[in-house]
Design a protein around this ligand. Structure first.
Ligand code: TYM
Length: 333
């Protein structure tokens, strides 16, 4: 029986962090046995916000090395770079005819990026969700492991898939955002505001490349207060965030102990952060060390991407031939 198809991508815009790991990469690793997986580095998407490409190649190779270090097996999944699969660009062009300016302008990520960088509101940024849809539909994927911040993009992908099917004929399944077990997740930053991110909040984001001392320093600086005055107080959001991060890397009985301490108004946040820092170091350091080793062998990483691109183009070629036929662009054959 054919396995169900999975696609996901990570932009090459900086170092990967705990949010990328728990929102996306951990699911990639868990899905690699049972699904037919296509995972890629979204370098075209990186260009929408990062016109300076001097660090691009290095960043692409880092993303690849960190994904393998996190447990992805290049023998089991197809790993490639988006720009090595030009069929994606052709599907993007076709889908652009089905995407309306009004809905693109209303996308949350677009509005955020316009606010952050008003002098570079380019058409690539506006049509970002269309390119992302092409990434997914080019392999006719059913599942897309992503963090919560990508939920709206997946909803748009389903709309564009439906519109194509309706206008030209049935070709695409409706892709679903995926997270093992429960809802999509958002890993919060350590300063009590927003989420961990590749480029903002760098002192409150834990990167997979951070060394042990830096991890300890960032965790110890996490925002806390003097603790609840009375038992069973409501937990402020910034404290809830620390508990959420702790539950990702610490043992359940450790989280249970500090939860009980909070509920009895006996918590010492200094102790909690020390424990979290050590658990975090234990979690991140093996990934970081493997990634450093893998990154030294650029030739191997390039070979993995070349092999991945060939497999990805085979699958993409089948879809784009069907798409051309359905749209009616096959008159030269
Ligand atoms: P990107 O590069 O911003 O992030 C890669 C993945 O990490 C997840 N993520 C998080 N999850 C939880 N908490 C956080 N703080 C956090 N920060 C990031 C993201 O949800 C994502 O799954 N548009 C995508 C890249 C992309 C893509 C695609 C994804 C391009 N084409 C096709 C899936 C399918 C992005 O910017 O991810």
């Amino acid at each position: 029986m054919n396995k169900e198809i999975v696609v996901s991508g990570i932009r090459s815009t900086g170092q990967l962090h705990l949010g990328n790991y728990f929102g996306a990469m951990r699911n990639y690793v868990r899905m690699q046995e049972a699904y037919d997986c296509y995972f890629f580095v979204a370098d075209w998407h990186a260009l929408t916000t990062h016109p300076d490409t001097s660090e691009l190649q290095n960043s692409v190779l880092n993303v690849l090395a960190e994904n393998i270090a996190a447990g992805l097996d290049p023998e089991k999944v197809t790993l490639y770079c988006q720009s090595a699969v030009p069929e994606i660009a052709e599907l993007y062009l076709l889908l652009n005819m089905l995407a309306y300016k009004g809905e693109l302008e209303k996308t949350t990520t677009f509005k955020d990026k316009v606010r952050a960088n008003p002098e570079n509101v380019n058409a690539g940024l506006l049509t970002y969700p269309v390119l992302m849809t092409a990434d997914i539909l080019i392999h006719r994927a059913l599942y897309v492991p992503v963090g919560k911040d990508q939920e709206q993009h997946l909803e748009m992908a389903r709309n564009f898939a439906q519109r194509f099917n309706h206008r030209y004929g049935e070709l695409f399944p409706e892709p679903q955002a995926f997270n093992f077990g429960a809802e999509l997740i958002k890993v919060p930053s350590l300063d009590g505001a927003g989420k961990m991110s590749k480029s903002e909040n760098q002192n409150a984001t834990l990167y997979l490349a951070d060394d042990d001392e830096l991890i300890r320093k960032k965790v110890m600086k996490a925002k806390t207060d003097s603790g609840p005055a009375e038992p069973d107080s409501e937990m402020p959001e910034y404290i809830r965030n620390i508990f959420q991060i702790m539950s990702l890397v610490s043992a359940p009985d450790v989280v249970g102990k500090f939860t009980a301490d909070f509920n009895s108004a006996n918590i010492r946040y200094g102790d909690m952060k020390k424990q979290l820092a050590e658990d975090m170091v234990r979690f991140i350091s093996p990934i970081r060390e493997r990634a450093v080793e893998l990154r030294k062998d650029t030739d191997s990483l390039k070979r993995i991407m070349t092999r991945g691109a060939e497999a990805a183009r085979e699958s993409a070629g089948r879809t784009i031939a069907e798409a051309r036929r359905l749209v009616g662009l096959n008159y030269l054959q």
